[in-house]
Design a binder for this molecule. Structure first.
Ligand SMILES: *[C@@H]1O[C@H](CO)[C@@H](O)[C@H](O)[C@H]1NC(C)=O
Ligand SMILES: *[C@@H]1O[C@H](CO)[C@@H](O)[C@H](O)[C@H]1NC(C)=O
Ligand SMILES: *[C@@H]1O[C@H](CO)[C@@H](O)[C@H](O)[C@H]1NC(C)=O
Ligand SMILES: *[C@@H]1O[C@H](CO)[C@@H](O)[C@H](O)[C@H]1NC(C)=O
Ligand SMILES: *[C@@H]1O[C@H](CO)[C@@H](O)[C@H](O)[C@H]1NC(C)=O
Ligand SMILES: *[C@@H]1O[C@H](CO)[C@@H](O)[C@H](O)[C@H]1NC(C)=O
Length: 465
C-alpha cells in the first residue's frame, strides 16, 4: 500500500503568480475579489498534503489481528463506524425490493474529514484477499486524492472522497477503470451537503443519504463545471475595479437565488442559470456587477401550479408577476421590484428550445437556442447552482461568438432574439398578472397596465386569480 501514498502534488507556477496579483491589491470594503479557482485549489492541495503527511507518519504501526474476509464484515464493522455511506445508484434504487446482496461493484462515499482516520485504521488491519488502491485524479494540473478502491474476490468496493467546497460537496474524477458504468469519480460531481441515516438491509447495517430521492435528483444534475477563470482573471486585470464583483449586489442576488434554488430543488425541478446570470457565472465567476436582476430557465414540461403557488406570498422571493401562457412565453417574476429573479420557461420546438426573453408593449420576442436536455452543477457565490451542461455553446448562441468575453454595461447584441408576434387585444388581458407581496392578485394595477396598451379600454379584467 505504501506506494500509493506517494502521490505527487504539483503546484503550478502560474497559480503562485496569479495568487500574488489578487491578494496583493486588496480593497475589501466596496468590492470583493473574483471567485478564483485558486481558493479551492489551494485548499485541496493543502488538505491532501497534510493527509499524506499524517498517513506517512503513522505508517509503521504494528498490524492488528483484525482480518476482513467478506463484504458484510467490511460494511458492518468498518464502514458504519467511519460514517461511510452507500451511494451506489443501482443499490439505492433497489433497497426496497432486493432479496440478494452480492454486488460485483459497490460504491460508497466518505467525507474527506473522516478519511484519514478510516484509512489509518485499515492500514493496520488485514484484508488478505484484497488489493487496496488509493487513487488520484487530475484537477487543474494537480493531482487530488479521489477515492479508495478495495478490490476483493467477492466485490470491488469504491469509496469516493467528498470534499467540502464552500457550502457544498465536491467529488473529483479519476481514471480507475471499471467494466461497468462508474457512477462516481467518472467526472467531477457536486452535491448539496446532506445528512445520513442508518438502515438495516438484509443482514447489512448501512448508512445512506437521508433523503434518497433528493440524492437521486441531484445526482442526475451533478456533473460539475468550472467557470472560465482565465477570462475572469484577465478581465480583472484589464478592467480592474470597473468589472469587480460588488459585495452588496452579490449578497442581494445570493439571498434571492438561494431561496429560489431551495424551492425549486425541493420540488426536484431542473432549473438553470440563464442569460446574464449564466454569462456572469462563466465569464466573471460571479454576478455581472452592473446587472439589475438574475435569470433562471426551466422546462415548460416541468411546470406545476404548486411551484407558482409556493412563490405566492413567499417571504424572500414572492411572486410579483406572471407573463404569457403555458403554451407561449410563460414567465414568473419573483423577488422585489428593485431586484428580481426572472424564471423563463423554455419550450421545445424541432431542434430548438425557445423562451420569451422580453416583451415590448404587446410585442413578443423569442430567444432561440439549440435544444439541450442535460443539466450540470457549478459554484456561484459559494453555493451550488445548476446550468445547462452545454453552457459554452449556449453563451455563444446568446451573445456574439467570443464577444461575450468583454464586459459591457450597454450590451445590445442578442443575435438569437427575434420579434415573434403581437399579443392581440383579445389575448392581452390574459397574459399579464401582477401580485402583491402577500400573494394577492393585484387587479387594479394589472387592469391599469393592460389598458395602457389596449385601444378599447376594459372596465374589468376577464380573469381572476
Ligand atoms: C493530520 O493530523 C492532525 C493531528 O492529528 C489533525 O489535526 C489533522 O486534521 C490531520 N489532517 C488531515 C488533513 O487529516
Ligand atoms: C425495485 O423497486 C423499485 C422501486 O422501489 C423499482 O423501480 C424497480 O423496478 C424494482 N426492481 C425490481 C428488479 O423489481
Ligand atoms: C435489484 O433487485 C432485484 C429483485 O430482488 C434483483 O434481481 C436485482 O439483482 C437487484 N439489483 C441489484 C443491482 O442489486
Ligand atoms: C486519465 O488518463 C489520461 C491518459 O491516460 C490522462 O490524459 C488524463 O489526464 C487522466 N485523467 C485524470 C483525471 O487523471
Ligand atoms: C394557449 O393557451 C391560451 C390560454 O390557455 C389559449 O387561449 C390559446 O388558445 C392557446 N394557444 C394555442 C396555440 O394552443
Ligand atoms: C419545424 O416545425 C414546423 C412546425 O411548427 C415545421 O413546419 C417545420 O418543417 C419544422 N422544421 C424542421 C426543420 O423540422
Amino acid at each position: 500500500m505504501k506506494k500509493f501514498q506517494r502521490i505527487l502534488i504539483l503546484i503550478p507556477f502560474s497559480f503562485i503568480i496569479i495568487y500574488f496579483i489578487y491578494y496583493s491589491t486588496s480593497e475589501p470594503t466596496r468590492t470583493i475579489k473574483i471567485n478564483s479557482k485558486n481558493e479551492f485549489l489551494k485548499k485541496i492541495i493543502d488538505l491532501n498534503q497534510k493527509l499524506l503527511n499524517n498517513l506517512s507518519n503513522s505508517n509503521n504501526l504494528p498490524k492488528e489481528n483484525k482480518i476482513y474476509t467478506n463484504l458484510k464484515d467490511i460494511i458492518n464493522l468498518k464502514f458504519n463506524q467511519h460514517n461511510i455511506f452507500l451511494i451506489d445508484l443501482n443499490l439505492i434504487k433497489n433497497l426496497s425490493n432486493s432479496t440478494e446482496f452480492k454486488p460485483k461493484w459497490i460504491s460508497f462515499g466518505i467525507n474527506f474529514e473522516n478519511f484519514e482516520s478510516f484509512y489509518r485504521t485499515i492500514s493496520n488491519e488485514q484484508f488478505p484477499q484484497c488489493d487496496l488502491t488509493l487513487s488520484s485524479g487530475e484537477y487543474f494540473a494537480t493531482n487530488v486524492l479521489s477515492a479508495l478502491y478495495i478490490k476483493c474476490p467477492f466485490s470491488t468496493i469504491q469509496i469516493s472522497i467528498f470534499y467540502t467546497r464552500k457550502n457544498f460537496l465536491w467529488i473529483p474524477q479519476d481514471n480507475y477503470s471499471n467494466k461497468n458504468e462508474k457512477f462516481f469519480n467518472d467526472k467531477p460531481r457536486a452535491f448539496n451537503k446532506f445528512d445520513l441515516k442508518q438502515i438495516d438491509y438484509l443482514d447489512f447495517k448501512l448508512k445512506i443519504p437521508f433523503d434518497l430521492d433528493q440524492f437521486l435528483y441531484e445526482y442526475k444534475n451533478s456533473v460539475f463545471l468550472e467557470c472560465d477563470y482565465e477570462t475572469a482573471e484577465q478581465n480583472s486585470i484589464l478592467y480592474g475595479s470597473k468589472n469587480e464583483q460588488k459585495k452588496q449586489k452579490n449578497e442581494l442576488a445570493l439571498k434571492k437565488l438561494k431561496n429560489v434554488k431551495s424551492i425549486l430543488e425541493g420540488f426536484r425541478k431542473d432549473y438553470w442559470l440563464a442569460e446574464g446570470s449564466l454569462l456572469g457565472w462563466y465569464r466573471d465567476c460571479g454576478i455581472i456587477p452592473h446587472t439589475h436582476d438574475t435569470d433562471l430557465g426551466m422546462f415548460i414540461e416541468d411546470f406545476e401550479p404548486k411551484v407558482k403557488e409556493k412563490f405566492r406570498g413567499d417571504k424572500i422571493t414572492p411572486l410579483i408577476a406572471q407573463f404569457g401562457n403555458l403554451n407561449d412565453s410563460y414567465e414568473l417574476r419573483v423577488g422585489s421590484n428593485d431586484f428580481w429573479v426572472d424564471i423563463f420557461y423554455f419550450h421545445e420546438h424541432n431542434s430548438t428550445h425557445f423562451y420569451c426573453g422580453y416583451q415590448l408593449g404587446r410585442t413578443k420576442h423569442r430567444t432561440i437556442l439549440t435544444k439541450f436536455d442535460k443539466i450540470c452543477s457549478v459554484e456561484l457565490l459559494n453555493e451550488k447552482f445548476q446550468v445547462p451542461c452545454e453552457a459554452v455553446r449556449y453563451i455563444h448562441e446568446e451573445y456574439d461568438k467570443d464577444d461575450w468575453k468583454v464586459p459591457r454595461s450597454n450590451y445590445k447584441g442578442w443575435p438569437n432574439v427575434f420579434k415573434w408576434g403581437q399579443w392581440s387585444e383579445q389575448e392581452y388581458p390574459y397574459v399579464i398578472k401582477f401580485y402583491g407581496n402577500d400573494g394577492k392578485f393585484l387587479k387594479a394595477q394589472t387592469l391599469n397596465y393592460v389598458n395602457n396598451l389596449l385601444s378599447k379600454k376594459l372596465k374589468s379584467l376577464p380573469v381572476d386569480d
